[in-house]
Design a protein around this ligand. Structure first.
Ligand SMILES: [Zn+2]
Length: 75
């Protein structure tokens, strides 16, 4: 039996919730209270406060109202 902490198939994926705050799209995870990822809609800057569990992958999509572009998180 093998034990691995980094095997991709063992990673959990969390779907983030997105909201807009000024120029930022803010993604938060309903399952990880400390996790927050911000995406600047003007210059694409991303800031992340890591979750307690670094092996959880977070994904989320933010669709700005009135714009055709879709911003998505690669992770
Ligand atoms: Zn999470």
């Amino acid at each position: 039996m093998a034990f691995s902490f980094e095997s991709p198939e063992n990673n959990t994926r969390h779907r983030c919730q997105a909201r807009r705050h000024g120029d930022w799209a803010i993604f938060t995870c309903p399952l990880c209270p400390g996790f927050e990822r911000r995406l600047n809609l003007r210059d694409g800057t991303m800031q992340t406060k890591p979750a307690a569990d670094p092996y959880v992958l977070h994904e989320g999509i933010f669709v700005p109202t009135g714009l055709e572009q879709t911003y998505s998180l690669p992770n």
